[in-house]
Structure formats: structure tokens, C-alpha cells
Design a binder for this molecule. Structure first.
Ligand code: TYD
Length: 169
């Protein structure tokens, strides 16, 4: 089945200079990258992304983690991969959530760690299933930032909402 999946290279992955390694590992899947950008993560975006974990004791820490507060890197790299069985392929390469339990050769097994305060720093996020992938992709990307039509769109005219444009030289 053709699927789309959201992949985030988290602030620890960026700080450890792992972007190239992670993209190379993911390229083994032969999936297509159909969107990619750097994002400065607001508290609102982080909280919405992890809303299913709102009641967990570590919620506050993973919000700070995704926002880059723990790594002095206030950004993540967001990508959408697309193709056959994209979710299983990317999650298999990523490895288990807990880096100590992740297969040693997986991305999280190779580069993740558990901090002394107990946060799983596992260098990347991969959507867990189709429903979550659609919710997360729509949360992180606008339709025009994705080079294929993944989901139904509508035309919207945004009134009185100024946008930044390049200034004349
Ligand atoms: P979760 O959505 O359960 O896992 P995954 O990212 O593999 O889909 O958890 C979100 C993040 O929360 C996870 O990447 C790392 C962190 N986390 C902890 O720090 N401690 C935990 O006990 C769990 C379950 C997650």
C-alpha cells in the first residue's frame, strides 16, 4: 500500500550532526521524499504533535525536547516520505521508542540515549500509523509545501493576514 509518513529529525539528531547519516539510512527504503523543511517548533505545535501523551509524567520534558530547549538547537528537520509500506519501512529503520531496547543497528539503537532525567532522546520521530501520519503531516505542512497531492484540499482566501515577502534590493 502506498503511504505517506512524517519523519522529524529531532534537536539531538541535529546537534549530533546526524542529518546526513539519518537521510542515508532512510534512503535504503527507496521511498520518495515529497516534502522537507527546517522548522522552529512552537510550544503549541509540540503540544499538538504529542497530544496523545498529554497525561504522561514526561510530557513537559518531551515538549522541551522537541522545541530544542535541551539541546540549544531550536529547530527540527521535517520530512514526508512517500511510497509502498512507508510507515513500516521507516519505523523498522528507526527502531524501538526506547533507545536501550532498540535493535543495535537501528537508527535509535545506534544514536539514541536515555538522559539522566529519564527522557528517551531517540533522534527522530516517525508516524505510528496512517491516521497519525495524516494528522501529523497536516499539522506540520501546508498543502503547497508537499509536491504531490496526498490529501483533499480546498481553496481558501486568507483575508487580512499579512505574509512575509522578499524586499526589493
Ligand atoms: P511515543 O509516541 O510513545 O513513541 P514514538 O516516538 O516511538 O512513536 O513517544 C513519543 C516520544 O516521547 C518518544 O519518541 C520519546 C519520548 N518518551 C519518553 O521520553 N519516555 C517514554 O517512556 C516514552 C513512552 C516516550
Amino acid at each position: 500500500m502506498e503511504q505517506a509518513v512524517l519523519v522529524l529529525i529531532k534537536p539531538d539528531g541535529l546537534k549530533k550532526s546526524l542529518t546526513g547519516n539519518i537521510l542515508t539510512r532512510l534512503s535504503e527504503t527507496k521511498l520518495e521524499i515529497v516534502a522537507a523543511k527546517m522548522v522552529r517548533v512552537s510550544k503549541e505545535l509540540a503540544e499538538e504533535h504529542y497530544r496523545h501523551l498529554k497525561d504522561k509524567p514526561f510530557f513537559g520534558e518531551i515538549i522541551k525536547y522537541l522545541q530544542g530547549d535541551l539541546h540549544d538547537r531550536k529547530k527540527v528537520m521535517a520530512l514526508v516520505y512517500w511510497g509502498k509500506d512507508a510507515i513500516t519501512k521507516c519505523r523498522t529503520l528507526a527502531g524501538a521508542t526506547n533507545p536501550e531496547e532498540a535493535e543495535a543497528t537501528s537508527i535509535r539503537g545506534s544514536y539514541g540515549r536515555i538522559t539522566t532525567s529519564g527522557v528517551y532522546e531517540n533522534v527522530l520521530h516517525v508516524s505510528s500509523d496512517d491516521t497519525e501520519a495524516e494528522r501529523e503531516i497536516k499539522l506540520w505542512f501546508k498543502p503547497e509545501e508537499i509536491i504531490v497531492d496526498l490529501y483533499a484540499t480546498k481553496s481558501a482566501v486568507l483575508k487580512d493576514s499579512p505574509v512575509k515577502a522578499w524586499a526589493e534590493k
